[in-house]
Write a protein that binds this ligand. Sequence first.
Ligand SMILES: C[S@@+](CC[C@H](N)C(=O)[O-])C[C@H]1O[C@@H](n2cnc3c(N)ncnc32)[C@H](O)[C@@H]1O
Length: 472
Amino acid sequence: MTLTDSGLTDCHERRWNALLEWLQGHGMMVDEDHLPVRPKNVAGARLGLFAIVDIPPRTPILTLPSKAKINMATLGHYPYSKRLTATQLISLHLLLYKPAPGCESDDPHFAPYISILPRDFGDHPLTWAVHRTLGAGSREEHSLLRLLPPSVLSDLLLLERRFWKDWEAVLLYLDDLPDLSSPRRRPRTQSELILDFVWAWLNVNTRCLYDDLGLGKDNNMSLCPVFDFANHAWMQPTMEPVRAAGSEIWRPGRCSPGGDGNTDLVCVSCERGIVRDQEVTLSYGWHSNRTLFVEYGFANAITSEELMSGVYPGQVNVQDIVTTWLDCRGELGTFVKGTLEAEGYWGDWTIHCSPLPTQASFRLITALRLYHSFPEGAGVWSEEETTAASRRWRDTILGHEEVVSEENEKACEESIGEICEVVIKRAERGIEAVKEDMRMESEVSEWFQDVLVAVDFLWFEERAVAKAMLIA
Ligand SMILES: C[S@@+](CC[C@H](N)C(=O)[O-])C[C@H]1O[C@@H](n2cnc3c(N)ncnc32)[C@H](O)[C@@H]1O
């Protein structure tokens, strides 16, 4: 790959200039004073945004016109567009206008933007999962899936389920509107079409901003050119989005009653300001590496001090361990499972190292309390006994009682210790297996090595959180 003086390939340089010209056509100021950032290659993250001048604190970095965003408002011209969610509609639009290899998009509305989006997501775990489902997984992909911690794999399967659900919805929509798709595109087999949809869907899932358009929660999102080149920094990000002049500060996850419609996006530098050539970064949220890896395809390089001291939101989902215990308890296990499901406490059982003190989530403690309400070896439980034990457990959820009993609490504590031991042991095996692959796979592609490093961090986080729990 040859880089130009600006740190971009020729092709990216051309596409970036075309994007600026297009944005200018939409009324955006793109000179150095109004857009003091440019993309550059970043090892292990494709592109990132960099300051081209010193930027003082709380200074506007970009003001993106609302009509340059891709969202439910700017795609409102699709017939019956409200039949689709924002993810489905934006993904469909990208699918229809996906650039052919080596070419630019021919979208009459957003071509320069769609053309500069990443072309390949071979390093994202969803791609490996979908390949596997289609029976087309490569050896590298299979071995990466095998190396993932169980908690990561189960989140990945949930993400894959979301993907297929969106695909089904888009197919159904296209069935009703064959004019939209048939004449437009080069012929694609069903598998090719699905993989192109993976590309579209991942662009949406990894790049969209929560954006209060005044719609339902799941539809308040936009793809925002330029803004979406900013990489994630878990500590001290340098840029943040704010509302257009005169309105409230933007915060992810907040929905204003009634909504404000599609407004311009303004981003400003954070408190410390930014020096020339420094990377301009955002916070994608206070996420553990498991979530970052599954949703975005990368993991933060973190140290054990950061994990043990509680400054990093380390977390382990231990659902598979507890589920195995329940599976060994026959009918009683089935009863506990059914009760937890009925009461909304099934799954999402986690241990955390931040904020200190380290702790098990209330959901995990609640599940363990019910599990230990029926001690092993206590013989057969009559219906009355089962009802009474469940009632005592339910009282802890309702806040009528703090604990089921002292013995029950002690058993839960011991179980948490056992869970941590299991997590540590398997993390050690996982780290060893990743090392082994690193040694064996020295000839393989760069992205594969990068992913192995990320998988190593996933196991490392699990081990450090479990160790911190045991020490506490
Ligand atoms: C919103 S985009 C950021 C721009 C992106 N790097 C690009 O080349 O277009 C999000 C994607 O960037 C990458 N990314 C973001 N932050 C990262 C980080 N701290 N380390 C590695 N990759 C990162 C991941 O691939 C993620 O899915």
